[in-house]
Design a protein around this ligand. Sequence first.
Ligand SMILES: Cc1cc2nc3c(=O)[nH]c(=O)nc-3n(C[C@H](O)[C@H](O)[C@H](O)COP(=O)(O)OP(=O)(O)OC[C@H]3O[C@@H](n4cnc5c(N)ncnc54)[C@H](O)[C@@H]3O)c2cc1C
Length: 426
Amino acid sequence: MNNSTETHGVWTVTAPPHPALLPLEGECKTDVAVIGGGYTGLSATLHLAEAGTNVTLLEAKSIGYGGSGRNVGLVNAGLWLKPDEVVEIMGSEYGERVLDVLGSSPDLVFELINKHKIECDPIREGTLHCAHSPAGYKVLRQREEQWQRRNAPVTLLSREKAAPMIGSDSFHGALLDKRAGQIQPLAYAYGLADAGKKAGAKLYVNSPITTFKKDGDTWRLKTPDGVVLAKTVILATQGYPDYAFKNQKNSMVPFNYFQFSTLPLPESVRKTILPGGHAAWDTNLILSSYKLDRDGRLIVGSVGQARNGAYNLHKNWTLRSIKKVFPQVGSIELEHAWDGIIRMTTDNIPRFHILDKGMITVTSYNGRGIGPGTMFGKLLAEYTQSESLTCIPLPLTSQEDISSRILRGLYYEVGARLYHFAQRRF
Ligand SMILES: Cc1cc2nc3c(=O)[nH]c(=O)nc-3n(C[C@H](O)[C@H](O)[C@H](O)COP(=O)(O)OP(=O)(O)OC[C@H]3O[C@@H](n4cnc5c(N)ncnc54)[C@H](O)[C@@H]3O)c2cc1C
């Protein structure tokens, strides 16, 4: 098992080949430069190219190198917080708007997949948020009530109803969100890149922006072998900012999330686990996620690194967790391990910033980036055309460093290790 920080685990194995793209060489003039080849940057690029704008995307490494190629693949509707909490923090105008816009973000994801025939194993049967305890069930009831008040197709299932849908009687019930679904995340990123290229965008990989400056109204973005001259810049470096944009990290709290995948399960076992095509995660503070890939591998994830000293600890926890939650799997080998960095804000709400005239960003999706990244990419594209703040359902704020970010990040990492260690006897 490759457990370096570079691996994207099983997603690399089951994705189509990386789009045929080269590094930037020489000078390139463009109307809009997009920095970062994850969902936000790719969606912005695709929508701009489709609108006939001259757009150029620059990715430091490969398409989907960041969170977009490492995540679980849950296409969630909305943010991590309960809907009423979003409104409490943002006020009703922005709160209800962001809930509405992000509630429909799975529609956009699955529309793009259909329209561009993206081969990313899409399944839209909803997701199951599983109650790990009676207290977790109560919280799910609140979520159900708050979403139903907003007419969202979200239903709380009893333990008896949820158990056969999960394929496990370990949970106290589950919240079914029919707006949501699942995809192969890296393949989705590759598909967006191919669609953007076909629509006329220029995309470059292995082209980190190492320095940037403004000459009059023009941004000069330098890569190791080239330079881009752009009127507008969309910064879409999110969880993996590097080189000239390293300091973007200062405004977010990092935490790691690992995943292990098993060897493909035998057909007789595979059809007992999440048989309706749902993907699942639980209400625990140190949450776990469960899904099957198209070949019947069980993929289990949780908080922490799948590297260094934590590798064996989390691997052993994963094996015990499979035994407890899905005992029908029996003894099984883990085939792939990988992890990624999620970057959070202190209130779990994403941010919209104009970093300088002609340089914009929406960042910090707090672990919910497939729908939001695709949606905010589209909205940022619209913003570059109209410069109307109403395009973005977030207040415009200035970027602020979180001085306690490293300590907070450590708190998540150590907390997850202690929790997984303490569970060694379950
Ligand atoms: C392990 C994990 C599990 C997750 N699970 C889910 C999930 O199930 N559902 C969900 O909705 N969300 C999930 N998320 C969150 C989601 O993956 C992210 O929010 C989303 O991918 C962010 O997309 P993005 O395009 O904004 O940024 P990213 O995908 O992080 O892309 C940023 C890109 O910018 C590039 N870059 C950085 N600096 C430069 C530079 N100087 N020049 C050029 N390029 C640069 C990076 O190389 C990177 O490719 C998860 C995240 C992780 C890490």
